[in-house]
Design a protein around this ligand. Structure first.
Ligand code: 5RP
Length: 262
């Protein structure tokens, strides 16, 4: 790995690197999707290769599955693993209770299934993902293609009665064509600006026919590992109520980060 990185990539990398402390040999590990999770997969691949780490990885998307195989991680399906010790994934937003918006990368459905089937979910993120109140990031909602325009209208009508600041919805596109998820569904992004009651919104959205799942992760995440561009890492554990800080030093000569004790 080369570490000639931008500050944002350094932040993602150190968060991912610190999160590998949660991984032990023999574990079944859910592997998230996105640029931060990709750092995690590369770090775990190095540990498999150089340290003899033995894990079974359950990827949350075809992209992550490909990367995990490329770096030498044993990949199994969720049905093979059945239940996971740990899932580590990125997020688009996290709040003070570690409730999340996910799905910016389009993988929210598998991500939510895998995280929910895990003893622990650790989110890795740079500090830009931290918010007071969820909702500035558009909330992704996965819908089946059949009748998606009707589903979109139903979502908009449902939003009228809810505590949100914006109600515009857009079909996610991939160039000129609608975006398709790994499950063959579409994503409708909800531009809500501020979500007053995320738990209620999540429950109500999932009642609408045609909606498969939404990107709100409520009471699923246990720990957030926050990386900074200068190598600092903060670990917040919502169950323990603890906050810990570590620091990685960027060493010029040997292209490696050194972890510095507190
Ligand atoms: C993919 C996700 C990602 O975890 C989220 O979009 C964060 O991605 P990144 O680490 O690239 O910022 O939910 O569906």
């Amino acid at each position: 790995m080369t570490y000639d990185l931008s500050p944002i990539d350094k932040a993602k990398f150190v968060a991912a690197k610190r999160a590998t402390d949660y991984v032990q040999s023999g574990m079944r590990v859910g592997l998230g999707t996105g640029s931060t999770a990709a750092w995690l997969v590369r770090c775990l691949g190095e540990m498999v290769r150089d340290e003899g780490l033995k894990i079974k990885g359950v990827p949350t998307s075809s992209r992550t599955a490909q990367l995990a195989r490329d770096v030498g991680i044993e990949v199994v399906s969720l049905d093979e693993a059945r239940w996971l010790d740990l899932t580590i994934d990125g997020a688009d937003e996290y709040d003070g209770n570690l409730n999340l918006i996910k799905g910016g990368g389009g993988a929210l459905l598998q991500e939510k299934i895998v995280a929910t089937a895990s003893d622990q979910m650790v989110v890795i993120a740079d500090i830009s993902k931290q918010v007071e109140t969820l909702g500035a990031f558009p909330l992704p909602v996965e819908v089946i293609p059949f009748g998606w325009q009707t589903t979109k209208t139903l979502i908009e009508e449902t939003l009228i009665g809810l505590d949100v600041l914006g109600r515009t919805t857009t079909l996610r596109m991939n160039g000129e064509a609608p975006y398709y998820t790994d499950e063959g569904n579409h994503i409708i992004d909800l531009h809500l600006n501020r979500i007053g009651n995320a738990r209620q919104l999540s429950l109500v959205l999932n009642q609408i026919p045609g909606v498969v799942e939404n990107g709100l992760f409520i009471d699923i995440c246990d720990v957030v590992v926050i990386g900074y561009g200068d190598g600092r890492v903060e670990v917040r554990d919502v169950n323990k109520g603890s906050v810990e800080e570590t620091r990685f030093d960027f060493v010029d000569n040997d292209n490696i980060f050194n972890e510095v004790a507190d």
